[in-house]
Design a protein around this ligand. Structure first.
Ligand code: AHR
Length: 541
């Protein structure tokens, strides 16, 4: 029977309709009562046999665009004492390699929609200096497809190539596939060989354009026009390499007037020719989005969860229309917090080389939300197979560079923990958490938890966001199938000031803190997560 106490809790099952449907599940019930101390305890029921899906490592991808100082001064700085013979920043390469970023989207973003890939190949001294229309910056084209592939190999990542479906034709897109993936004996594969690259790269995953629903996009068009163009490009690309995985452009955010209708119409045109649909989302603690209420801001990953569900509903609707046996997966290929460096000169390059654009400074509350977003992505691992933290270096990024070194911004930490500790399968947890009222969202659980279990290594990892900005919360993990082994690691990110951020002068203001390894007795592990925190605990067998 449902006791009164029990009704106060949100049953946050990790599958469909999780936390953002808190109000649907509990209505106003949850808010009406003051929880007793016992009811304040959050409970997590964990059973390693109850799984959502195997975790695709590509869920923790990232993004590098020819934008601001992401490429030039970010990964490539030939004049720097920190660079290697190719001009690549060694410190950045070491960091990305060590992080283990599985896949990186390139070369854009908005940039790609007026990029001619031919400007970026061949002898460097012959490459044109081009004024990029998206960011009004000067691109010297010293980094192009071949250099990016070399860098990817050096850092151990896979390229996710973006195609120009704005000013570029379907034929141009297919030509780049031929340049990258065919061995020899054709116009474009032989051009690559002439450029000194004998072996094809065999790039597997491609984005068919970028945010083509946006009026800001060069070559913006209607959903029908884009869907037809994407279909044409996909057919031509598959003729060259049938093994490609193709991602069509979905809506660039739920705020778009054409949200979901764009997705439906695009898929009506090209469903049979693509494997996935993209989603993008940037969240800001702004008057418009959250009323600058940090308690709402740290719940916004639930709005992304809603976006995922809605987009999947459209994919599956079109699957039904097409009577297709194929189910699409989602590529959340741009996501992050971004709102401060989003106006005026933060967006305009004034015709300069490597201008300082979109250099967002991240604070503690941003790191908490990024942790929550990673939880959301993991909870949806059955259908979201790829996602890119946008971006990686200098531009809305976890890593910043200057002439002397690198800085880890606050958001670096939750991202690096997902990369390091989330392995195996995502578990379908049952989470009972006290809740709080958020305007426009109903009852939101204070605790947002997700776990992964790796059958091979025997490691289980729990990721917990505590959205309570003023109080620590007691947590009890109930191990339903088997008790865990010893705690291998535990860490947290927290602090007294939600607005604290790191700088080159004070790089440790927002950094991981020690978290006591909790003990397990009688199949239960009890601990307390601090107010305003994102915590990771990993157990062995
Ligand atoms: O990541 C920054 C920009 O945001 C990208 O170029 C574009 O795709 C999105 O609007």
């Amino acid at each position: 029977m449902f006791s009164e106490n029990r009704r106060r809790f949100l049953r946050q099952a990790a599958s469909a309709g999780v936390a953002c449907s808190a109000s649907t599940l509990l209505g106003s019930f949850a808010s009406a009562q003051t929880p007793s101390p016992a009811a304040d305890m959050a409970r997590i029921y964990l059973d390693s046999r109850r799984r959502i899906a195997p975790l695709d490592r590509n869920l923790f991808g990232s993004f590098l665009e020819h934008l601001g100082r992401a490429i030039y001064e970010g990964i490539y700085d030939p004049g720097s004492k920190l660079s290697d013979a190719n001009g690549f920043r060694k410190d950045v390469m070491d960091e990305v390699r060590q992080l283990g970023v599985p896949i990186i989207r390139y070369p854009g973003g908005n940039f790609v929609s007026s990029y001619n890939w031919l400007d970026g190949v061949g002898p460097k001294q012959d490459r044109p200096h081009v004024l990029d229309k998206a960011w009004n910056a000067l691109n010297t084209n010293q980094i192009g497809t071949n250099e990016f592939m070399t860098w990817c190999k050096a850092v151990g990542t896979e390229p996710l190539m973006g195609l120009n479906l704005g000013t570029g034709s379907a034929e141009d897109a297919a030509a780049l596939v031929e340049y990258c993936n065919l061995e020899k004996g054709t116009k474009w594969s032989d051009l690559r060989r002439k450029h000194g690259v004998a072996e094809p790269y065999r790039v597997k995953r491609w984005c068919l354009g970028n945010e083509m629903d946006g009026p800001w996009q060069v070559g913006h068009m209607t959903a029908t026009e884009y869907g037809l163009k994407a279909e044409d490009a996909a057919r031509q690309m598959h003729a060259i390499d049938p093994s490609l995985q193709l991602i069509a452009c979905g809506s660039s955010g739920p705020g778009m007037p054409t949200y979901l209708e764009w997705d439906r119409e695009v898929l009506e045109q090209c469903y049979d020719y693509v494997d996935a649909l993209s989603l993008h989302r940037y969240i800001g603690n702004t008057q418009e989005e959250t009323g600058t209420d940090s308690a709402k801001f740290v719940a916004m990953n639930l709005s992304m969860e809603q976006q995922i569900k809605e987009t999947l509903a459209v994919c599956d609707l079109v699957q039904g229309h097409k009577r297709s046996p194929k189910k699409l997966w989602l590529s959340f290929d741009e996501w992050n917090v971004w709102y401060r460096a989003r106006t005026g000169d933060a967006l305009r390059g004034h015709g300069e080389e490597a201008p300082h654009l979109l250099e967002e400074v991240y604070n503690l509350e941003d790191a908490l939300l990024v942790g929550g977003i990673l939880n959301t992505l993991m909870r949806n691992a059955d259908r979201v197979k790829l996602a890119c933290l946008a971006q990686l270096v200098n531009v809305i990024a976890p890593i910043m560079t200057n002439a002397n070194g690198m800085l880890k911004q606050s958001i670096y930490y939750p991202y690096s923990w997902a990369l390091q500790f989330a392995h195996g399968s995502v578990l379908n947890l049952l989470v009972e958490s006290p809740t709080y009222e958020v305007s426009g969202m109903g009852q939101v659980p204070y605790l947002d938890a997700v776990a992964t279990a790796n059958a091979e290594s025997g490691k289980t990892t729990l990721f917990i966001l505590n959205r309570d900005l003023s109080k620590a919360h007691a947590v009890e993990v109930n191990w339903q199938d088997k008790a865990p082994g010893k705690v291998l690691m535990s860490t947290t990110i927290t602090g007294s000031d939600l607005k604290a951020f790191n700088t080159f002068e004070s790089p440790q203001r927002v950094a991981p803190q020690a978290f006591d390894k909790p003990a397990t007795t009688g199949g239960r592990t009890k601990f307390e997560v601090p107010a305003r925190s994102y915590t990771v605990i990993q157990w062995g067998t």
